[in-house]
Design a protein around this ligand. Structure first.
Ligand SMILES: C[S@@+](CC[C@H](N)C(=O)[O-])C[C@H]1O[C@@H](n2cnc3c(N)ncnc32)[C@H](O)[C@@H]1O
Length: 208
């Protein structure tokens, strides 16, 4: 997969990814609107070009409260995300080139108030998705919002049931009549969990 070219679809209005981005940005706005007073940490795993976070923060009234960490492996996407953040004057957004599956990349910022897992579940096997979600409590503050995407078929129900098993309460799932993508927002209702170093939460192991 060419993960730089994958983003081109965002630039054509009405496409699957352009429609999905609208929903993800809406959910991120709601998560920011409802965050408690004080600092807001945002973690984005497999952040790509950061079109969700960098698309929402510049106009959001809580912008100054945010410290964001976007983790992305493809250096071309890292460069584009850094350019977009700089153009928007977002000096509180770090784009880190690295393995988003490794807990090592989050220990300096976690637990976060908002976690994004967008574009991950379509690229992993079911057992990997279930295992990865088991680590998400360590990324999240109690009360944190997790925003995620997944195809409306396939892993969608597995992700929902795995999130429920790990004490994430569903706040939103996208309209089932939109069959080309799914978006969810869940709130972590469990206790604070430690996030250890040196753990691989997931790798993109689904054959394309
Ligand atoms: C489907 S795209 C989603 C990008 C972004 N989250 C979005 O929704 O627009 C998946 C992204 O994950 C990145 N990626 C794949 N494996 C990764 C890994 N182990 N660590 C960090 N990023 C990874 C790819 O380079 C790609 O940009």
């Amino acid at each position: 997969m060419d993960w730089d070219a994958w983003h081109d679809e965002y630039d054509t209005p009405g496409t699957r990814l352009a429609r999905r981005l609208v929903v993800v940005r809406e959910q991120l706005t709601i998560a920011l609107d409802s965050a408690p007073p004080g600092p807001i940490e945002i973690l984005s795993m497999c952040a790509g070009q950061g079109r969700d976070v960098i698309g929402v923060l510049p106009e959001h009234p809580r912008r100054a409260d945010v410290t964001a960490l976007l983790v992305e492996l493809d250096p071309r996407n890292v460069t584009k995300a850094k350019e977009a953040a700089a153009d928007a004057g977002l000096d509180n957004v770090e784009i880190r080139e690295g393995d988003a599956g490794s807990t090592d990349n989050y220990v300096d910022l976690a637990p976060a108030q908002i976690v994004l897992a967008c574009g991950i579940f379509g690229n992993v096997l079911p057992e990997t998705a279930d295992k990865a979600i088991g680590f998400f409590p360590g990324l999240c503050k109690p009360g944190a919002d997790l925003i995620w995407t997944g195809g409306r078929v396939g892993l969608f129900e597995l992700v929902r049931s795995s999130l429920a098993k790990n004490e994430f309460e569903q706040q939103f799932v996208s309209d089932p009549r939109e069959t080309q993508f799914g978006v969810g927002r869940h709130t972590y209702r469990g206790e604070a969990q430690p996030l250890g170093r040196g753990t691989t939460m997931f790798t993109f192991d689904k054959p394309h």
